[in-house]
Design a protein. Structure first.
Length: 381
């Protein structure tokens, strides 16, 4: 039986899923071209531009720290400008497939905000890293510890500082739905700050439901695109899924996973940066930054199938938790179908593609999990 026939039997809209498969192919091709272009750009700059920029700054800067800071500023600005081209192509692709409804001016404003955040991170991180490299051979261990702390802080502040830079959040006014969700949260034994509506419809048609933040910043976030298209029972299953992540401490597991990847990436830089820099004729200074990013990013790229596998496992556990907490399997199955169709996520990818690129289980497998739950529940009765 072909995949589209299977999808039809599971309730998916076939024309929408055909369009989702087209979008997926276009998106994967674009992502591959973007990655190759970025790699080529970093290699060219490392070979021909990095050392001259460092030398030019060294003639006017008063200290190595000043050179590192100015180099990082110029390099970060250049990287942000260069990233506008692939970002524009992604934006055009989403417009073509009806996912983005944001006008070009709004897109540009968001890109400038993202670029500013990236630049601040660059300026906070890389001058300090290169100061550490010059002083100690164990720089990668201290950098890893600081990076882990940084990941935790970002997870804490994201819903209260970063996300509001891009979307407006207000407390959910629907008291009936809020009451449903508060009872669900109480049943799960998870503490949350409240339920918030995210104004997403002016930018995207995607539906978003999340439990964001950690500790005192944890809150339920529901996009208006979700609230307008899903029933209260369906929204309950979405939130129950998110509660599953927190009940299983998936946030902390993901932070630990990201920390482990950072450790591997930094150790790879520690081992490979010296010989690679010599091959490019670069010394032990900030001019190595493009090579640093290539090695560090390469580790994350190579290990992305492993991190995706862990993510799919967590998502599957959260789906199972939602079935047991909300006890609304029919609504949960409908959500799996609707969310794939609305967000143009192809629900029946080839197994190899799912293993390599999907951070959530294939939509058809998520529906099958619900059907299996119903069969087992029926057998128990």
């Amino acid at each position: 039986m072909n995949r589209l026939k299977q999808l039809e039997e599971h309730g998916f809209d076939i024309p929408t899923q055909e369009r989702a498969r087209e979008y997926q192919r276009a998106r994967l091709l674009l992502a591959a071209l973007e990655s190759l272009a970025l790699l080529g750009l970093l290699l060219l700059f490392a070979a021909f531009g990095s050392a001259p920029l460092r030398d030019w700054l060294s003639r006017s800067a008063q200290s190595p720290w000043s050179v590192n800071l100015l180099y990082t500023l110029i390099f970060g600005l250049g990287l942000s400008v260069a990233s506008l081209v692939p970002s524009w192509r992604n934006y055009q692709l989403e417009r073509r497939y009806g996912l983005s409804v944001q006008p070009p001016r709004g897109w540009l404003v968001d890109e400038l905000k993202s670029g500013a955040i990236l630049l601040v991170i660059f300026l906070a991180v890389f001058p300090a890293i290169y100061s550490g490299i010059a002083r100690s051979n164990a720089w990668w261990v201290t950098t890893w510890a600081i990076t882990t702390l940084f990941i935790v802080v970002l997870s804490f502040i994201a819903p209260v500082i970063l996300m509001p830079l891009f979307y407006k959040f207000v407390p959910l006014e629907d008291r009936e739905l809020t009451g449903r969700l508060e009872r669900l949260v109480e049943k799960a034994g998870v503490k949350v700050l409240g339920v918030f509506k995210m104004a997403a419809a002016a930018k995207t048609r995607r539906a978003v439901g999340a439990l964001a933040g950690i500790g005192r910043t944890r809150r339920i976030i529901l996009s208006d695109t979700l609230l307008e298209n899903y029933t209260p029972e369906e929204i309950e299953t979405v939130v129950a899924h998110e509660l599953g992540h927190h009940a299983h401490r998936d946030m902390w597991k993901l932070i630990a996973g990201q920390s482990a990847l950072a450790l591997l990436g930094l150790y790879a830089v520690h081992l490979a940066l010296e010989p690679l820099a010599k091959a490019f004729g670069l010394g032990k200074d900030i001019a190595r930054l493009p090579l640093f990013l290539i090695i560090f990013g390469g580790v994350f790229f190579v290990l992305s199938p492993l991190s995706n596998s862990l993510s799919r496992w967590f998502e599957g556990q959260a789906d199972q938790y939602a079935l047991q907490l909300a006890k609304k399997p029919a609504a949960q199955a409908r959500v799996m179908v609707k969310i794939c169709d609305q967000n143009l996520r192809f629900a029946a990818p080839h197994l190899l593609l799912e293993l390599l690129a999907y951070d959530h289980p294939a939509g058809i497998k998520r529906v099958e999990r619900v059907r299996r739950f119903l069969r087992e529940a029926g057998a128990e009765r």
